[in-house]
Design a protein around this ligand. Structure first.
Ligand code: 13P
Length: 256
């Protein structure tokens, strides 16, 4: 059984006080000074940039919970107003760089080419790229889901060595399933896309995650889909109790 990655992006939510309360609660729930991840589970949290050092400070340097940023530029430094580089993210305590979330592709011009450059930048600095891929409702209705997401993944991961690919985590997040306007995907709908992704990437990447309207009722079923090795969660995990329950569900799944 592979390690199950269970993580959350806070997207553009949480003040520093809220970030502190969530992180302190998580640290205590995992054992405080001797915090440990649930058996077989790799927890991760991806706050807004402003909370990166705060969360790192609370979790501690040796935390079993990995910390990430929601984006980073492909250049190491320079005149790129409003951007944050991978070395800066690393300096602030990040270990993961989220790349290519559909909200960034839709609203901020992220392309297959920029995701490729960002994956390379993360790997160059020893951080884990968390590559998000996912198709729109239109593509799904036309029957092109698997081909579309494979194109996104292949484009972003082109040219990587076996060793580099082994440090990449992929999250499949169908756009139609994400957020308030999304509808939870059924297990049946996800079997085929994960079969396609799994045929290409299982055993080669560090994780193959599902994301999009994950909740406490559907999490166990989603973890049961062949090739799924984790969940990437928004709303359900923004309340710490929701996140802790997802960790318990994952732990129970690895023990089963
Ligand atoms: P929701 O779980 O709120 O649908 O968000 C999923 C997501 O986009 C995680 O990156």
């Amino acid at each position: 059984m592979s390690t199950l990655w269970i993580g959350t992006s806070w997207k553009m939510t949480k003040t520093l006080d809220e970030a502190r309360a969530w992180s302190e609660g998580l640290r205590e729930a995992l054992g405080g000074d001797t915090a440990q991840a649930p058996a077989g589970v790799q927890p991760f949290v991806i706050p807004s940039f402003t909370a990166t050092t705060t969360v790192r400070g609370i979790l501690g340097e040796d935390s079993p919970v990995l910390l990430g940023v929601q984006n980073a530029h492909w250049e190491d430094a320079g005149a790129w107003t409003g951007e944050v580089s991978v070395p800066q993210a690393k300096d602030a305590g990040a270990q993961i760089v989220e790349i290519g979330h559909s909200e960034r592709r839709e609203h901020f011009g992220e392309t297959v080419e920029t995701t490729r450059l960002k994956v390379a930048a993360a790997l160059r600095h020893g951080l884990t790229p968390l590559l998000c891929i996912g198709e729109s409702a239109d593509v799904k209705e036309a029957g092109g889901s698997s081909e579309f997401i494979l194109d996104q993944a292949r484009g972003a991961l082109e040219g990587l060595s076996v060793e580099e690919l082994s440090r990449v985590v992929i999250a499949y997040e169908p756009i139609w399933a994400i957020g308030e306007k999304g509808r939870p995907a059924t297990v049946e709908e996800l079997v085929e896309p994960f079969a396609a992704l799994g045929a290409e990437y299982t055993g080669k990447v560090a994780g193959l995650l599902y994301g999009g309207s994950v909740n406490l009722d559907n999490a166990a079923g989603l973890l049961g889909i062949e090739h799924v090795t984790g969940l990437f969660v928004g709303r359900t995990a923004w309340e710490l109790d929701g996140y802790l329950e997802l960790l318990r569900i994952a732990e129970a799944h690895t023990a089963a």
